[in-house]
Design a protein around this ligand. Structure first.
Ligand SMILES: [Zn+2]
Ligand SMILES: [Zn+2]
Length: 155
């Protein structure tokens, strides 16, 4: 846990933030109750130096568990379902995938990744285009989430 505010050096206390959301490309990320170090002046910063990196890994891992097609082709990308069918070119709908986030040293909080699902032309199942198509946007979405939470850039 951080001891002092990176902006004004006043002592900080652990606090839970309200709903914060950010997006990058097709990916939306939102969190509720995210822990933060807050000083008496109301400056917020990550409660721990490793926290934002931890959050990126936790969300990438979560995206890795979702149903997804396999990306094929070097120039013209194809997204192929396990049944051998190809996904539709346009997304069918968006879906939110909630998860419980439990960082070490702070209370657990709720997160959600929201991504477009594509329908397989073969079996009709809906899935992500590829895991990489979501995971590749997580770090930038968290950089925006950092700003949306009012956290400083280097803390
Ligand atoms: Zn401060
Ligand atoms: Zn299929």
């Amino acid at each position: 846990m951080r001891k002092s505010c990176p902006r004004c050096s006043n002592p900080v206390q652990l606090a839970a933030l309200g709903a914060v959301a950010a997006e990058d490309g097709p990916l939306k990320v939102s969190v509720t109750g995210m822990p933060a170090a807050k000083c008496a002046k109301g400056h917020a910063s990550p409660f721990d130096n490793e926290f934002m990196v931890w959050l990126i890994h936790a969300l990438k891992d979560h995206a890795g568990t979702l149903a997804a097609a396999e990306e094929k082709g070097l120039v013209f990308k194809k997204y192929v379902c396990a049944c051998g069918g190809e996904l539709a070119g346009k997304p069918e709908r968006r879906q939110a995938f909630p998860l419980e986030l439990a960082p070490e040293g702070a209370p657990a909080f709720k997160g959600e990744i929201d991504a477009p699902l594509y329908k397989c032309g073969g079996c009709g199942k809906e899935m992500l285009r590829s895991r990489r198509s979501v995971q590749g946007h997580v770090a930038q979405a968290i950089a925006s989430l950092n700003d949306a939470a009012g956290f400083p850039h280097s803390a």
